[in-house]
Design a protein around this ligand. Structure first.
Ligand SMILES: *[C@@H]1O[C@H](CO)[C@@H](O)[C@H](O)[C@H]1NC(C)=O
Ligand SMILES: *[C@@H]1O[C@H](CO)[C@@H](O)[C@H](O)[C@H]1NC(C)=O
Ligand SMILES: *[C@@H]1O[C@H](CO)[C@@H](O)[C@H](O)[C@H]1NC(C)=O
Length: 446
């Protein structure tokens, strides 16, 4: 799903090294947090490693998360949001205006999206590629369908501390001659390259001849995420970008061998969550799982929400909309009317696009934020108020900020679906059921 546009080019930014990100510090690959359990060799569980660097960011996190979400789907970033980010980067000394004579129409327009990735929180999972296995930390993304990695084919100048897939050292790597891949978002950030088949193992599940997309080119957005060695796309294979022969995702390939053709996401707030493949761990949720149909026509885990409730109210507001479950997006982006209605319930909340990048509220209201309940079929998905307090706007911590950025924001106007990202997913146990093409949701201890 890419909606191309030109407005971003008008405000092309070049972002230099992000000084506070301590790019030389490299987290351990597996960390003590990582556990794997295999059941009969065909099911597994994998703990996520929260990317601490993204938690270390300060002012502007909300705006950056918004810009990231917009740019991921190629939506035009509103001019006022863009100019806020520009001002912020200027304040931080990170903005470099392209000099006269420089061509600003090419790659620089992409770099506005680079920064949001640094400001955002994301989750990484260890993945073994090749023979003998090489461990890479990859971002599991249910909103895309390419498994791509930094590699020995990536130019040194584009590597910012990532661990690379060493192709010559893998005895099972085989070039898929004539195939290439390329992902390019509406803001211009991109990656692309060659395609290999190799053995990929995640939590003990081994897929041979998995398409491993080797980056011969990544844009600054990716270079600036030193801990992220690539992505594992977990949306439907119809979104895979390999040409001329589209390739299957890891999950699609593994599905037939799994005990059950599904994976589950149990993202957690500020601590490692986990994905399970092939089984449902009944200790990870309470009550029962409600399944709803998934509409795969756009390649996403897309479902229907019939409306919402705010706080403890019994009033169900009907507002049917399409939404996708996207682990690769931080915020929950809902139709504008719903966002407006939610923040109308919070005294002092405003849509401060020009000064903060989206809906903000007085931090003094943080403790009493109403919950948001998404009505999804027969299921009521409750997001507690505290999850909707996303980040301080005018301070380094919630304690010294007076203005806070909301975890629920508006989806870009005209966008075909809402994006239920991590703010939503963290509050739920979620089953991505490939066999039944359904999404399962259940409450869990938070
Ligand atoms: C383009 O911009 C860069 C960074 O500001 C500068 O170093 C370079 O000299 C510029 N090139 C031209 C042709 O102006
Ligand atoms: C690499 O990507 C940049 C954008 O990120 C693009 O401008 C450039 O043309 C690409 N180069 C190659 C060789 O593909
Ligand atoms: C699935 O989604 C597409 C695009 O959003 C829509 O046109 C189609 O009607 C939907 N199908 C069903 C069965 O809801």
């Amino acid at each position: 799903m890419r909606i191309h546009h030109s407005s971003v080019a008008a405000a092309a930014l070049v972002v230099r090294g992000l000084v506070w990100a301590a790019p030389t510090e490299k987290r351990g690959l597996l960390d003590p947090l990582f556990e794997v359990s295999t059941l009969g060799g065909i099911t597994f569980k994998i703990n996520q490693v929260p990317n601490q660097k993204f938690y270390g960011a300060r002012k502007g996190r909300g705006a950056m998360a918004m810009a990231k979400a917009y740019s991921k789907y190629g939506a035009a970033i509103p001019d006022d949001l863009l100019s806020y980010i520009q001002q912020l980067l200027e304040e931080l000394g990170l903005l470099e205006q392209p000099g006269a004579g420089n061509d600003t129409s090419a790659s620089p327009q992409g770099e506005v999206a680079a920064t949001p990735q640094m400001f955002d929180s994301e989750y990484l999972c260890p993945v073994q590629v090749g023979t003998p296995p090489q461990t890479l930390n990859l971002d599991f993304d249910t909103g895309s369908s390419d498994l791509w990695v930094f590699s020995t084919e990536t130019p040194q100048s584009q590597i910012g501390g990532q661990t690379v897939y060493n192709i010559p050292q893998s005895s099972t790597a085989r070039l898929l001659t004539g195939e290439s891949w390329g992902i390019s978002y509406g803001d211009g950030s991109s990656s692309g390259g060659n395609v290999y088949l190799d053995t990929v193992s995640i939590g003990g599940i081994i897929v041979e001849n998995q398409a491993v997309e080797s980056a011969t080119n990544v844009s600054l957005a990716f270079t600036q995420r030193p801990d992220t060695d690539g992505l594992v796309g977990l949306a439907f294979s119809t979104l895979n970008t390999v040409k001329p022969n589209q390739q299957r995702t890891f999950f699609d390939n593994a599905m037939r061998d799994l005990a059950a053709p599904l994976f589950t996401a149990n993202l957690r707030a500020s601590e490692p969550g986990n994905y399970n493949f092939g089984f449902i761990d009944t200790t990870e949720f309470t009550g029962q799982i409600t399944y709803v149909p998934v509409n795969t026509s756009q390649g996403f885990w897309q479902f229907t929400s019939q409306g919402y409730k705010i706080g403890d109210s019994n009033v169900m507001n009907a507002q049917t909309h399409q939404a996708i479950a996207d682990t690769g997006t931080t915020l929950m982006l809902v139709p504008e009317a719903i966002a407006a209605s939610y923040y109308a319930a919070i005294p002092g909340a405003v849509n401060a696009v020009q000064t903060a990048g989206g809906y903000v509220f007085p931090c003094s209201a943080a403790a009493t934020l109403p919950s948001y309940t998404a009505v999804i079929g027969d299921y009521l998905a409750v997001i507690p108020g505290e999850f909707i307090n996303f980040a301080p706007v005018d301070g380094n911590t919630f304690a010294d900020a007076t203005t806070c950025f909301g975890g629920i924001q508006a989806v870009p106007a005209g966008f075909p679906f809402a994006i239920y990202g991590d703010v939503f997913l963290k509050s739920q146990f979620v089953v991505f059921h490939g066999g039944q093409t359904q999404l399962g949701l259940a409450p869990k201890p938070l």
